[in-house]
Design a protein around this ligand. Structure first.
Ligand code: ATP
Ligand code: MG
Length: 388
């Protein structure tokens, strides 16, 4: 029933001279999100985007709900510039919506229409009160606002405002490399980075044969699920072997430090790959205090291996908040599949919660750190998930 979708984007308009860059990118991302879905013209006027639909507005708006940069969308009805037609449209638009109070808000950029805005408001208000006796008018805090725009091409009516993701358009910031485990947290960290325009690539460590082929496939599946939100709908996933590092750490005399040492290896390999691939940041799913490796002391010691900025978008979130986001993104069900991760296989009985730099330097003296890092980098594989 709705031939048009109105797309609002908020924050972009604050970007001063960069505004055109952000708008063009958003438009490109909207087009690309609708690949394979029938739709008409996509146009931009006065800081808004309009999409012509082909009686599939729900399908289109579901896609738009995955496009960062869009604040909200509204399905819009178009009527002839005739009061009786507009009245009909008003009822169609508000029908089936839960509301006890309403108001009508008219704008009339086309001055050729015989009634002025307040007259249209009261004509439509009276008509709605008549047709829907359960509704009352409330001009201050209505449950529902019927918006009417009188343009030369016709009258446009809408009341529904569907909230979308907000953020900045995918690809508007630089590239970042996410350490992607098979857990709940790191995919959410990917999503929140993408929200600020980061083109996220993933790096996963597996420890075949200690970890199974299925645990690798699970991570590939997570990468695929993240791809629609990412730049150009593609998620690039690097998979590196951690097996030799695990073996070396098993020989190590400091079992309580093994997770800390593992994380330091992950950071070193990540930082080397990031530098090679022009990523400006590493991203992890750490949340402060969640486990032994995420205390302030642990993060300090783990972070010390690199000067590459490390983004930890989940640092202040509780587990339940992270889970709620994972459900919203669509990664939760895959994340909770019970396949082992390289760190859970070798989890020590008493992982250190307050490691120090002196301790890890001592432990690492017994390891060929650089050799192990280079060996893992040399065998890296890359996958492109999503479009193309
Ligand atoms: P999640 O695994 O969902 O991220 P978690 O609570 O299990 O959450 P940890 O296992 O402590 O977190 O890992 C902390 C962070 O280290 C992860 O968020 C991820 O960024 C990185 N990480 C852990 N394991 C791996 C792995 N196998 N490959 C790549 N990165 C990993
Ligand atoms: Mg994990």
């Amino acid at each position: 029933m709705y031939p048009i979708i109105l797309v609002r984007y908020g924050e972009l308009s604050l970007k001063g001279r960069n505004r055109k860059f952000f708008e063009d990118l958003l438009l490109k991302n909207i087009r690309s999100s609708l690949d394979g879905i029938p739709h008409g013209r996509i146009g931009k006027t006065f800081g808004r985007v309009y999409i012509r639909t082909e009686s599939n507005w729900e399908q289109i708006s579901r896609r738009l709900q995955r496009v960062f940069g869009i604040v909200s969308v509204s399905p819009v009805l178009k009527k002839e510039l005739d009061l009786e037609q507009i009245k009909k449209g008003a009822i169609q638009v508000i029908q089936g919506q839960e509301a006890q109070t309403f108001k009508v808000e008219t704008r009339r950029p086309y001055k050729g229409f015989p009634l002025i805005s307040p007259e249209i408001n009261s004509a439509l208000g009276a008509h709605i009160l008549n047709a829907c006796p359960q509704l009352r008018v409330d001009v201050h805090k209505p449950d529902l606002v019927l918006n009417v725009e009188i343009r030369r091409e016709g009258a446009f009516l809408y009341s529904r405002v569907i909230p979308c993701l907000g953020g900045l358009p995918a690809g508007s910031s630089g590239k970042g490399l996410l350490l992607l485990s098979g857990g709940i947290d790191s995919p959410v960290a990917a999503f929140l980075s993408m929200k600020r325009g980061v083109n996220v690539e993933g790096l996963h460590f597996h420890s075949y044969p200690f970890t199974s082929e299925r645990s690798k496939e699970k991570v590939i599946e997570l990468a695929r699920q993240l791809s629609p939100y990412n730049t150009e709908g593609v998620f690039r996933l690097w998979i590196a072997s951690f097996t030799e590092i695990q073996r070396a750490l098993q020989q190590n005399r400091y079992p309580s430090l093994s997770i800390t040492l593992m994380r330091r290896f992950m950071m070193r390999i990540g930082a080397a790959l990031a530098a090679k691939e022009q990523s400006y940041a590493l991203i992890t799913g750490d949340s402060l205090g969640q486990v032994a490796s995420q205390t302030m002391e642990s993060i300090y010691v783990i972070n010390a291996v690199t000067t590459t900025p490390v983004y930890r978008p989940l640092i202040g979130l509780d587990k339940q908040e992270i889970i709620d986001l994972a459900v919203q993104i669509g990664t939760y069900e895959t994340s909770i599949l019970p396949y082992e991760d390289c760190c859970t296989v070798f989890i020590p009985k008493n992982p250190a919660t307050r490691p120090t730099l002196e301790q890890v330097f001592q432990a690492e003296r017994e390891l060929d750190v650089e050799g192990l890092v280079q060996e893992s980098l040399a065998g890296i594989e890359v996958f492109e998930l999503g479009k193309k």
